[in-house]
Write a protein of this length. Structure first.
Length: 411
């Protein structure tokens, strides 16, 4: 459910005309709906019933500071995967006690920053990583909170690149290794075991994989009970899929109800790390048609602005901002970049001609965050709509900013 809809044939974000947005800020631009973001966060937060819950939005899905503030105010904590994301979360005013640090390759500096900010947990993915964390914490004379990421060996996820929970993927450790790492925590003066975590993939359309992973987590919790190991939380990660082409999706309340059944009677709190299912439907990308040539619409947005179609062969619906009754044509929407892989949509049924404004849908997750300057294209603007108001939350890059970090001195 989102807040992008037609009024008298013109596409609106909440109560703001997208023609007006394009006039004011230009194209290509990302436009987000605040009501949609808040609605999706609430769909998670309000669904906890039996278990105490915490929703840590996955910052890598959409990391604009104003968006993070919005989600923080809606009650979210954050799941981060880098020092840069930690910095963003702190600047957005996040409560560090609601920050989870995930990812397989944390550097010493990133660990130090996390410890010094007193974050809730480091989700640890290997033995060497745990050893490094213990060393870094010892150097700071502090105790680092740890959750062990176990790999439940379930095969879920829409695309080969978004599966993370199989034995062959680089994430987490086996249940056997998890037990060894848990023992290591108890032997260290500088580590405190606080949780167990897993994350099985992204764009997952069925409950089954989540349930399989939760049952394995439960088995492990029961084994830990016998060793008198007490944990604060079980963190089941993110991964819930969204509707890109009219697919049926699992709703957050169904997921949470299912977890609460599996973990029934447990004292740990339940942490979730949704990204896509909170922000994907809350964003569109506005782009203008520069030219029409045969069955190609050449848009002013390209793969540097939205990488998902080129990287994952992802499908995004594209809607004309002004609806007409002219017959639809089957067209490919491509960008100006010098790569055959530079497309936004293939074989899409649409009515559009030169200078028309288009909205590429469902780009609020893994959209702007994956953009680059390839072909020396300045990054797009980001705009947040709140009812009948709109605000620029990241200005369009200009040419000076494009070269700002480079040496321009004469020899
Ligand atoms: C990417 C990621 C998420 C978010 O996944 P979504 O599919 O966007 O919900 C959550 N946790 C971890 C560890 C991740 O890497």
């Amino acid at each position: 459910m989102d807040h992008f809809h037609y009024k008298k044939g013109e596409l609106f974000a909440e109560e703001v005309s997208l023609n007006d947005v394009a006039k004011e800020y230009g194209t290509p631009s990302y436009v987000y709906s605040k009501a949609t973001l808040e609605r999706h966060a609430k769909a998670y937060i309000d669904s906890f019933d039996l278990m105490d819950g915490l929703v840590c939005f996955s910052v890598k899905a959409l990391s604009n500071i104003t968006i993070l503030k919005t989600l923080k105010n809606a009650g979210c904590g954050f799941d981060i995967v880098s020092g840069g994301e930690l910095h963003r979360a702190i600047v957005a005013g996040a409560d560090p006690r609601k920050i989870i640090f995930s990812g397989v390759g944390k550097s010493k500096a990133e660990m130090e920053a996390g410890i010094n900010n007193d974050i809730l947990s480091f989700n640890i993915e290997s033995g060497p990583e745990l050893d490094r964390l213990a060393n870094v914490a010892e150097g700071l004379n502090k105790i680092a909170p740890v959750a062990i990421r176990f790999n439940p060996n379930v095969d879920a996820g829409a695309h080969e690149f978004t599966k993370t929970g199989r034995k062959s993927d680089k994430f987490g450790v086996s249940v056997e290794s998890a037990k060894i790492l848990i023992k290591k925590c108890s032997e260290s003066d500088n580590l405190k075991l606080v949780g167990l975590t897993c994350h099985i993939g992204s764009q997952i359309m069925e409950l089954q994989g989540f349930q399989d992973a939760a049952k394995q987590a439960l088995d492990l919790l029961i084994e830990l009970d016998k060793l008198n190991v007490v944990l604060d939380f079980i963190d089941m990660g993110g991964g819930l899929g969204v509707n890109y082409i009219g697919e049926d999706t699992v709703q957050p309340f169904q997921l949470i109800k299912s977890y609460e059944e599996i973990f029934s009677g447990r004292k740990e709190r339940l942490i979730l790390e949704p990204g896509r299912s909170i922000s994907a439907n809350a964003g569109i990308m506005l782009t203008r048609v520069e030219y029409k040539k045969d069955n190609f619409l050449i848009a002013d947005a390209a793969m540097n602005d939205l990488l998902r179609p080129a990287l994952y062969q992802a499908h995004h619906d594209v809607w004309p901002v002004m609806k007409t009754d002219n017959p639809k044509e089957k067209l490919n929407i491509v960008g100006p970049i010098c790569e055959t892989g530079d497309f936004l949509a293939k074989d899409i049924n649409i009515v559009a001609s030169q200078n028309d404004l288009l909205a590429v849908k469902t780009v609020g997750a893994y959209g702007f965050v994956m953009s680059s300057n390839y072909n020396s294209r300045p990054r797009a603007a980001e705009i947040l709509v709140d009812k009948d108001k709109h605000a620029l939350i990241r200005k369009r890059e200009d040419y000076a900013e494009l070269i700002a970090l480079e040496d321009k001195e004469d020899d």
